[in-house]
Design a protein around this ligand. Structure first.
Ligand code: BG6
Length: 523
C-alpha cells in the first residue's frame, strides 16, 4: 500500500467508531428508507443531466413515497425564469423521463416546494437570494434547514460555487440541521487537480458531508456484486488467483459523443469512465469482505485494492487507445469523431481505451484485470467477466473438448441485467462431446420488484446522509494515481488507433490480449 493510502486509512477510516457507535449504524435495510425534512438545490439546473436524470429522479422518489411532504427543489441558473417557468421545465422533464406513472396529486405536492433563483456564480446578490429562499422554504415547507447543494456544473466552477456557499453562510447548517455538497464527476483531470479540488471542497464542507456521485455505484447490478460475493458461499472459495485466470471489465457504448464535444474533447474515454466507473467495478470485484457495510469499512477495503493496483511496465504493449471513424451503426451512417461538431479536427482524444492492470496482493497476484471502454462500439453493454482457469486435466479424447472454452461468471451490469455462468456440458448423443453452455439469472424473471434508477437511489442516500455508495476523496486520488502515468505515456506516444464505428474497437486491442494468449469476449 502506498504511504498516502495508509496515512489516509489512519486519518479517515474510523472502524472502531463504526463498530461501537450504534447511532451511526445504517439500520435495518428492509424498512423503507424515507428522507426526513429536506430540500435540494441544483446548480446547473438547465443542463442535460438535470433534465434527463435529476428532476425525474426527484419526482420518482416522491411518487414512491420516499420524500417528506414538504420536500423542496430549488433551481439555480442564469436563465431569466420565474418559479413557474422552472416548475414547467421540471414538469416536462418528468413527463418525458420519469420511470413511474405521472400522478397529478404527487406533482402538485412537489410543485409547492419549487423555487428558482436566477444568477451567475459570481453574483453575490443571487447567493443572498438563495439564502432567503432557503429560509422561506424552511418556514413554508418545514425543510428544517436541511439542504443538499448539487453541483451539476463543469468542474472549473466548483471552487467558485462552494466559496460562494461559504461566504453567504449557506454551507453552515442551523443548529441540528445539515448542509451537504454533491459533486458530479469529473473529479479533476489528474491527481494534482483532484487534490486541489478536494482541498477546496473540504475547506468549506466537512468531509462526511461531501457526496461525490459515481452513478455506476447507484446501479442495482453493481450493488449486487457485494451480495453475490459476500452473501453466498459458493463463489468466494474460487474468487482468487488459484482459480481465476483473468477478469475482463467492459463498458461499451454504441452512442458517439453527441452534443458533449465541449466536455469530452481533451478528456477522452479513460478519464471519462475508467478513472471512476471502471475502477470502482474493479475495486468491488476484488475487495476483501468488509467488516460491515458501514461506509468507512467499505471504503477501507476499496482503498486497499486501489492502492495495490499496478500498471504494467511496458505500457506500449499493455494499453491501447483508439478513436472512432466514420461507419455504420444500426443501419445508419455515423460521423467519425474528428467530423463531429465542436471537435478539433486534429484531436488526439481517445474514444476507446483498453488497459491491463494487476493487483499486488495475495488474492490476486498474477491475475490480469483487463479494462476496456469505448464509444460507437458494436452495442451498449457493461459487464464484468471473471474467467476461470481451465481444468488441470481433461480425461477425454482431445476431440471431445475442442469446443470447450473457459468457465466464466459474467455479471451483466446492463442491459439485460443479471448473472450468467458458463461451463462445459455433454452434448446429447451417443459420443462424448463437451461444449459450453450458459446458466442465466435475469433480474426481470426472478424479481417482481423494480430497480430504482441510479440517480434516485443516490439522491435518496444524500438526503439520508448514507455515504456507502459515494467514492471518498482518497479513492478518487488513488484512481488518478493509476491513470496519470498511462495518460502521460499516451501523450508522448503518437495518436490513438482508428477504429470504424460499429466495430469492437481497434485491432490493436485484440492484439494486446492475443499477446497474453487471450481474447476479448464479444458480448
Ligand atoms: C458518464 C459518462 O459518466 O457515463 C458518459 O460521462 C457515458 O460518457 C455515461 O455515456 C454512461 O452511463 P450509463 O449509465 O448509460 O452507462
Amino acid at each position: 500500500m502506498s504511504e498516502d493510502a495508509s496515512e489516509v486509512l489512519e486519518e479517515e477510516t474510523d472502524l472502531v467508531d463504526a463498530w461501537i457507535n450504534p447511532l451511526r449504524d445504517p439500520g435495518d435495510r428492509r424498512l423503507p428508507r424515507i428522507a426526513g425534512p429536506s430540500g435540494l438545490v441544483i446548480f446547473g439546473v438547465t443542463g442535460d443531466l438535470s433534465r434527463k436524470k435529476l428532476m425525474p429522479a426527484v419526482y420518482d422518489l416522491a411518487n414512491r413515497g420516499l420524500l417528506p411532504p414538504g420536500f423542496s427543489l430549488v433551481g439555480f441558473a442564469r436563465r431569466d425564469w420565474e418559479d413557474e417557468d422552472f416548475a414547467q421545465v421540471v414538469h416536462d422533464s418528468v413527463k418525458e423521463h420519469a420511470r413511474t406513472p405521472f400522478r397529478e396529486e404527487v406533482w402538485q405536492q412537489l410543485a409547492k416546494g419549487m423555487r428558482f433563483v436566477q444568477g451567475e456564480f459570481v453574483d453575490d446578490d443571487a447567493f443572498e437570494k438563495l439564502r432567503e429562499t432557503i429560509e422561506e422554504l424552511d418556514k413554508a415547507q418545514g425543510t428544517g434547514g436541511n439542504f443538499a447543494f448539487y453541483l451539476s456544473v463543469p468542474p472549473k466552477f466548483f471552487p467558485q460555487v462552494v466559496q460562494q456557499l461559504k461566504e453567504h453562510g449557506l454551507a453552515d447548517p442551523p443548529k441540528g440541521a445539515w448542509r451537504r455538497a454533491v459533486i458530479e464527476k469529473p473529479f479533476g483531470h489528474d491527481l494534482q487537480s483532484a487534490k486541489e479540488l478536494n482541498a477546496v471542497v473540504h475547506s468549506v464542507f466537512p468531509r462526511d458531508e461531501v457526496f461525490r456521485i459515481d452513478h455506476y455505484l447507484g446501479k442495482e447490478t453493481v450493488q449486487n456484486i457485494l451480495a453475490l460475493r459476500f452473501a453466498n458461499s459458493m463463489f468466494e472459495p474460487i474468487w482468487n488467483r488459484s482459480y481465476v485466470d483473468h477478469v475482463q471489465i467492459t463498458m461499451a457504448e454504441d452512442i458517439g459523443i453527441g452534443g458533449r464535444a465541449g466536455y469530452y474533447d481533451g478528456i477522452g474515454s479513460a478519464r471519462d469512465v475508467i478513472q471512476n466507473h471502471l475502477l470502482q467495478l474493479l475495486a468491488l470485484t476484488a475487495i476483501e469482505e468488509p467488516a460491515s457495510f458501514h461506509p468507512k469499512a467499505l471504503v477501507a477495503e476499496k482503498l486497499k485494492v486501489l492502492s495495490a493496483v499496478r500498471i504494467p511496465k511496458d505500457l506500449g504493449r499493455h494499453t491501447v487507445r483508439g478513436q472512432y471513424t466514420h461507419g455504420w451503426q444500426g443501419g445508419e451512417e455515423v460521423l467519425g469523431y474528428l467530423e463531429e461538431e465542436g471537435i478539433d479536427p486534429k484531436s488526439t482524444t481517445d474514444t476507446f481505451a483498453a488497459v491491463k492492470l494487476e493487483i499486488n496482493n495475495r488474492r490476486w497476484a498474477g491475475v490480469p484485470f483487463y479494462l476496456r471502454t469505448g464509444k460507437r462500439l458494436g452495442r451498449r453493454v457493461t459487464e464484468i467477466a471473471v474467467v476461470f482457469q481451465r481444468a488441470p486435466y481433461l480425461p477425454f479424447d482431445s476431440s471431445a473438448t475442442e469446443e470447450l472454452g473457459q468457465n466464466a461468471l459474467v455479471i451483466r451490469v446492463q442491459p439485460d441485467e443479471g448473472v450468467t455462468m458458463r461451463f462445459g456440458s455433454k452434448v446429447p448423443g451417443t459420443s462424448m462431446e463437451v461444449r459450453d453452455v450458459s446458466m442465466d439469472f435475469a433480474y426481470g424473471e426472478s424479481f417482481t420488484e423494480s430497480s430504482p434508477e441510479a440517480y434516485e437511489r443516490l439522491i435518496l442516500d444524500v438526503l439520508l446522509g448514507d455515504a456507502n455508495l459515494f467514492p471518498r476523496h482518497q479513492e478518487v486520488e488513488e484512481s488518478w494515481k493509476i491513470l496519470d502515468p498511462i495518460e502521460a505515456y499516451w501523450d508522448k506516444h503518437g495518436k490513438p488507433a482508428p477504429y470504424e464505428s460499429g466495430t469492437w474497437g481497434p485491432a490493436e486491442a485484440d492484439e494486446m490480449l492475443a499477446r497474453d494468449g487471450r481474447s476479448w469476449r464479444r458480448p
